[in-house]
Write a new protein. Sequence first.
Length: 115
Amino acid sequence: MTICRILPLPALLIAAGLLWLPTGAGMAASAGRQGGEILFRSQCGGCHLENGFGTRVLARRTPYGQAPLERREGLDARSVIRIVRSGIGSMPQIRKAELSDRDLEAIARYLEAGE
């Protein structure tokens, strides 16, 4: 069974790749849970939101309901950072020039906290 959520317009635009939010010190400074979520959706959402390629790949490898990273249980921030910087499977490594350490930390803390 697929669970659909209605997302606010900015989140839909981010997921569709039509709206890119700035990253860097300005965004990370406002990070916290909401900032981490915004960064995740803008920087990772193309693959890791519902029905993204990364989510579909993970659905074949993880227990039911654990493929969407935002709902994953037991995801720790250090593992997220390591995987993002190194890459794994079909996911390429994401370099500091593409995503700052500060923004990655905010995303990792957001995912670790879960929904």
